[in-house]
Design a protein around this ligand. Sequence first.
Ligand code: BEZ
Length: 293
Amino acid sequence: MAYNKQDTDTVSKYSKSSCSTKDATGDENIKFIRHFDGQYSLIDQPTTRQHKAYYFLFIHTLICLSIEMSLRLGQEFPNYQVKTTVGDQKIHQWLGDQWGILFSHPADYTPVCTTELARAAKLAPEFAKRNTKLIGLSCDTVELHREWIEDIHAYADITDQCSKQFPFPIIDDSDRAIATKLGMIDPVETDNEGIPLTARSVFYIGPDKKVKALLLYPATSGRNFDEILRLLDSLQLSQKYPIATPVDWKPGDDVMVPTNVSDETIKEKLPNPVKVKQDLPSGKGYIRTTTLK
Ligand code: BEZ
């Protein structure tokens, strides 16, 4: 690439055929070669400016890849071979015929992640009751995860010796390969070096290995594990019965019967009668509720 006079102002005073100086942006050690026609061009060598260009290209590629490869509801969760705190695993084989929840973290030894993992560890028996396996992911190594787990235990105040074994594995995603493939890279939130952080994703995986629900939070907002559990209850109930759960639903509350559920299906699959709300201005009987108790 040829540089014009403006770019090469600081070198024009040199009469040698090549020189090294500052460029217009102040970058050091840029080497120019002077051509016969008086134009200057950059000698191909890594400079700060080039490093910046490679860096932005790398980040751009990461973001494009993550946008392209984001998983959608109903797609099969990929059967990744992962390195975890309990050894190498293939996700599908590790899940067996159980439900799974994979949740990601930007990095080890970060305060919000520590609170989330401590809460998940305390709630582990609740997930187990629901035939659901938890698996964390953080963009650091297994070795660092193992050291961090000591802090998570202390923070969760899990002092019982039997509970010292961390209740679920944490994936080593130190190269961000999975975070990138699954579209977890957040282009907005960056670390101290300006590298985009991994978002807080939650993938609900059904026993058929299909994605049943997805949550995506930025690194700066910790997730609500009561909600993670509540959503699991809703998903499992709507797989079992032809129902949907309404706003702010909690286990035990009445559920809704969607309009596409026929009278025959209601008779066959629901244990209790269905109530229809009649006093709506439209007069349409689409708000139908029942109890599963
Ligand atoms: C945290 O887990 O505390 C955290 C991580 C990345 C950005 C902001 C907060």
